[in-house]
Design a protein around this ligand. Structure first.
Ligand SMILES: *Cc1c(COP(=O)(O)O)cnc(C)c1O
Length: 387
């Protein structure tokens, strides 16, 4: 048996060794606290679960769904985008369900990239921005997110040759892993750049509903001209505690969505209609209070982490969105991986090395806020004691 050469292109799973070490420690009875993975620890909000329970009991949801999605699902997304972002979407052509953002982002590479093409990918970034192009037989060029630009890439630094080969551009704000929000004027620059070079922009929107301190994150599509050059992938995973449900949608440019549909109709058979009905409930104003309550919990945890890190002398900025705190590693460590390994060995706390999210993440570490307050407090106290 010989797996495809394509698979050889994928680097070994970065956390494999780490996961082994964690398992060994736990087996030895050590109390390991994991702040590594961004996966909400609290349940999906009750109205969404109730809607799903009703939907699962209805035999009308038990057959193959259409890849285009239910009419009421598409209308619910259009209504949400109008209410929340002031963006007008045509439910017939500008909204389609996705089986999670990951599926969608991966399949957009298969939809748009030929062997000589590249995708421009935010670095550090979600691994599918580079893994998707590789598995599609194409390539990617990293766009370093510059701390001095508010963790935006410098579009002017992209060479003409790269811009000419680029068919896709992946961006994500509020940003994983840096916690940054979109800098003023950046989406406008992206629209102009994409128009000039005929590139499809993919805005990975996983965190617009997870924000703090009164900040309301915009949709990329609220930028003038964005719908002509781009799509937004809206995931319900993080904002609605629905990571296991695989609920997302692609919205925006109708031609891009039609091409994605053509690919998808050969790959999968749509999103379970009960999940679509749960998503409709999630997007209704009835759930706004649950989202706000969740964000109040994350605000408290964020402050707990940021205060503890500051007390330990770390130069950290409190994020206005996402479920992550991103901070520089202390001096004296050769890499973020070495620091994170030290923290695991000495404090039995798992944090993510910034280098795992791309070369430009080197020198930083990421703490996820998806752990109950008392455990999070214990973990940051252990890190603080390490000095
Ligand atoms: C969590 C996350 C995703 C995954 O979303 P799913 O809808 O669960 O596939 C995508 N992009 C970013 C930036 C994320 O942090």
């Amino acid at each position: 048996m010989r797996p495809s050469k394509r698979l050889d292109l994928i680097p070994p799973y970065l956390f494999a060794q780490l996961e082994r070490k964690i398992a060994d420690k736990k087996a030895a009875g050590i109390d390991v606290i994991s702040l590594g993975i961004g996966d909400p620890d609290t349940p999906t909000y009750p109205p969404i679960v109730a809607a799903a329970q009703r939907a699962v009991a209805d035999p009308g949801t038990h057959q193959y769904p259409s890849n285009r999605g239910r009419q009421d699902f598409r209308e619910a997304f259009a209504a949400f985008y109008a209410r929340r972002f002031g963006v007008t979407l045509d439910p017939a052509t500008e909204v389609m369900p996705a089986i999670g953002a990951k599926e969608c982002i991966f399949n957009l590479s298969l939809t748009f990239l030929d062997p000589d093409d590249i995708a421009l990918a935010s670095d550090p970034g979600y691994p599918v921005y580079t893994g998707g192009p590789l598995l599609a037989g194409a390539g990617s060029v990293l766009m370093p997110l510059k701390p001095e630009l508010g963790f935006a890439p410098d579009l002017g630094a992209i060479s003409d040759a790269d811009a000419a080969r680029a068919k896709l551009l992946f961006i994500n704000y509020p940003n994983n892993p840096t916690g940054a929000i979109v800098p003023d004027g950046f989406f406008e620059q992206v629209v102009e750049f994409a128009r000039k070079h005929d590139i499809l922009v993919v805005h990975d929107n996983a965190y617009s509903e997870t924000t703090y301190d009164g900040y309301a994150a915009p949709s990329f599509l609220s930028t003038p001209g964005a719908k002509e050059v781009g799509v937004e992938v809206f995931s319900l995973s993080k904002g609605y505690n629905m990571t296991g449900w695989r609920a997302a949608a692609i919205v925006g440019n109708a031609d891009a969505i039609a091409a994605y549909w053509k690919l998808k109709s050969n790959v999968d058979s749509g999103l379970f209609e009960a999940v679509q009905l749960a998503a409709i409930e999630a997007l209704s104003p009835a759930v706004d209070a649950d989202v706000a309550a969740m964000n109040a919990i994350y605000t408290r945890r964020r402050d707990l982490v940021v205060d503890a890190l500051k007390a330990a002398g770390v130069d950290v900025t409190a994020p206005k969105g996402t479920i992550y705190v991103w901070a520089p590693i202390p001096p004296g460590y050769e890499s973020s991986a070495a620091y994170c390994e030290h923290v695991l060995e000495q404090a039995a706390v798992v944090i993510s090395p910034g280098g795992a999210y791309g070369a430009s993440g080197e020198g930083f570490f990421r703490i996820s806020l998806t752990t109950p307050d008392d455990r999070l407090a214990e973990a940051v106290e252990r890190i603080r004691r390490l000095g």
